[in-house]
Write a new protein. Structure first.
Length: 162
């Protein structure tokens, strides 16, 4: 592929990700209004304030969290704040804004896999898009930095979401 072709492809992917991100944020805002603080997971209510994840048990939740950690090259305290006067983390707390961003990104990834990828002919079964697809072990994906350098404006908001 030529340099110009790669540039155009990068631009299209970037604009698509930004558009889907805006859509996912709007869905997240609507979802937060209806799901307040929820306990989820096991019937004993072992997990507190899980709004999007539904792990079967503690081990599955830890596996999911380790995947996020590896995909972004961060540790648990990137999204979770410490308990007052302790080095232990307050996992249910929403005090760290990165946790809200993570929820938006989870929603975006699900949307890409469910609405966009499934609509492509000949695509394999499963979820081909995940955090590592863009982040590749970095907090901020390279494509986001490239788009910022190019000064590409974000796509307009969907009608009725401004």
């Amino acid at each position: 592929m030529t340099m110009a072709g790669r540039f155009v492809l990068s631009m299209l992917v970037g604009v698509g990700v930004l558009f889907i991100s805006c859509t996912a944020m709007q869905q997240q805002k609507r979802g937060e209004a209806s799901s307040a603080s929820v306990s989820a997971g096991t019937s004993s209510g072992e997990f507190k304030n899980l709004k999007l994840l539904r792990p079967a048990n503690r081990e599955e939740l830890i596996t999911i969290m380790k995947g996020y950690s590896q995909a972004l090259g961060v540790r648990c305290d990137f999204c979770h704040v410490p308990l007052p006067g302790s080095e232990k983390l307050d996992f249910p707390s929403d005090a760290n804004s990165h946790k809200g961003v993570a929820r938006v990104m989870i929603t975006m990834t699900r949307d890409i896999n469910g609405r966009v990828i499934e609509g492509l002919p000949g695509e394999p079964e499963g979820a081909p898009t995940h955090c590592m697809t863009c982040h590749r072990g970095k907090k901020i994906p390279d494509i986001a930095m490239e788009l910022e350098t190019l000064k590409i404006p974000p796509p307009p908001a969907a009608p009725g979401t401004s």
